[in-house]
Design a protein around this ligand. Structure first.
Ligand code: GLN
Length: 422
């Protein structure tokens, strides 16, 4: 297990038999597992053992799956490389010396290295799709509300979904079939309009499908990435799809809006880690304020502290309208642009990541470079839409993913289109 894909290797047996009989599944370490520690990649939760299972974990056990461990991740999901983990970086099995992407880097690496058949990650701004792209596997970010977040330790509630990672589109779709569907414990879940079997949609049939290519999502793309992307579009056209350029002008504001909203929600969500209710309890001296501060100083890493500070600032009196409210306006605009595009096309295609996998250590001192790498994934979370990343080819620097975005609850369409590439 040389890639450091797992934080905790512990087997959790199935409780029933079902569609995932015999399958091994790796679970991101921000998804609660009863009796097995769930660290979120943070010193703060190094010893935290949840008293209950997340709904998705319960569904895996009910479906016959064997959980093989909890995977490495950027601390609390905050990152694009899995290097902000308190448990050391994960290496990319498909690109030596490079990051696996993040924040669900351990989940993607486990699948790429064959250390698990399937994996679960979470995607707040790209954290399933980015590592899927960098490690050469398939990842799906479901429509907001398709999969229960009960038992997912929150980073930014309004943006995130749990999603599957797998070697093929069909296997990812099978895992989605198991975890999708309403949950009384998560009031944001809802029943899709139609009852679809996602695995059956992976039939490679794109005859007559119209694929829109948003020109703005190609602007920042690396040349090698772009060449792989164009070749993948050729393959889709050969299979019977048509492509056309479309414009999503609002996506220029998406990275800024995403980071303001994500950090604001994070600053509120992470307030519970005070060493009393949750988190490391160090027996600190002094009054409660001093003891909370000491626990948070010791328990959180640098990137998490940066985001709590920025998020608290964006929400503070006098700045709320300037930052948080403007970001919400931009979010509404992004959503409108997608809605308009889907009046003309069935799916939208772009490179998942505009760049190939970074070298280990390369982006750590440059948070802005890391944030900008999320340009193609975060608009999808702002608009609460479904997207899939499928392996499209490689450059000298590693695998390249093709991202296909669908209208809300249009998972079957992006699965169908994605399966035409495999
Ligand atoms: N890279 C993005 C961030 O750091 C996305 C992370 C995620 O989806 N959890 O916020």
């Amino acid at each position: 297990m040389s890639y450091n894909a797992f934080i905790t290797e512990e087997t959790i047996e199935a409780t029933a038999s079902g569609p995932l009989d015999g399958a091994t599944v790796a679970v991101k370490d921000n998804i609660s597992t009863e009796g097995v520690r769930t660290t979120c990649g943070s010193t703060m939760l190094e010893e935290y053992v949840p008293p209950y299972d997340a709904t998705v974990v319960q569904r895996l056990k009910d479906a016959g799956a064997t959980i093989v461990g909890k995977t490495n991740m950027d601390e609390f999901g905050m990152g694009t490389t899995t290097e902000t983990s308190a448990f050391g970086a994960t290496e990319n099995p498909a690109a030596e010396g490079r990051v696996p992407g993040g924040s669900s880097g351990g989940s993607a690496a486990a699948v790429a290295a064959g250390e698990a058949d399937l994996a679960l990650g979470s995607d707040t701004g790209g954290s399933v799709r980015c590592p899927a792209a960098f490690c050469g596997v398939v990842g799906i970010k479901p429509t907001y509300g398709l999969v229960s977040r009960y038992g997912l330790v929150a980073y930014a509630n309004s943006l995130e979904q749990i999603g599957p990672l797998a070697p093929t589109v069909e296997e990812a779709a099978e895992l989605l079939d198991v975890i999708a569907g309403p949950d009384p414990n998560d009031a944001t879940t809802r029943e899709p309009d139609e009852d679809v079997e996602y695995a059956a949609a992976a039939n490679g049939d794109v005859e007559g499908l119209t694929i829109g290519v948003p020109t703005e999502l190609l602007e920042g793309a690396d040349e090698g990435v772009r060449a792989v992307f164009e070749a993948a579009l050729d393959d889709l056209r050969d299979a019977g799809a048509t492509t056309e350029d479309v414009s999503l002008p609002s996506v220029e504001t998406a990275v800024q809006a995403y980071y303001v909203i994500a950090m604001s929600e994070a600053s509120s969500n992470l307030a519970r880690f005070d060493g009393v209710r949750y988190g490391k309890s160090g027996g600190y001296e002094g009054n409660w304020n001093e003891s909370f501060a000491a626990a948070r100083e010791e328990g959180f890493g640098e990137e998490v502290k940066r985001r709590i500070l920025l998020g608290t600032y964006a929400l503070s009196a006098g700045y709320h309208d300037k930052y948080y409210k403007q970001a919400q306006d931009a979010r509404a605009w992004v959503k409108q642009d997608f809605d308009a595009a889907f009046e003309d096309v069935d799916v939208l295609a772009s490179p998942t990541m505009p760049v190939p996998p970074f070298e280990l250590g390369e982006s750590l001192d440059d948070p802005l470079q890391m944030y900008l790498a999320d340009a193609n994934t975060v608009p999808v979370n702002l608009a609460n839409l479904p997207a899939i990343s499928v392996p499209a080819g490689e450059t000298d620097e590693g695998p390249v993913g093709l991202q296909l975005v669908g209208p809300a609850f249009g998972e079957a369409t992006i699965i169908r289109a994605g399966s035409a590439l495999a």
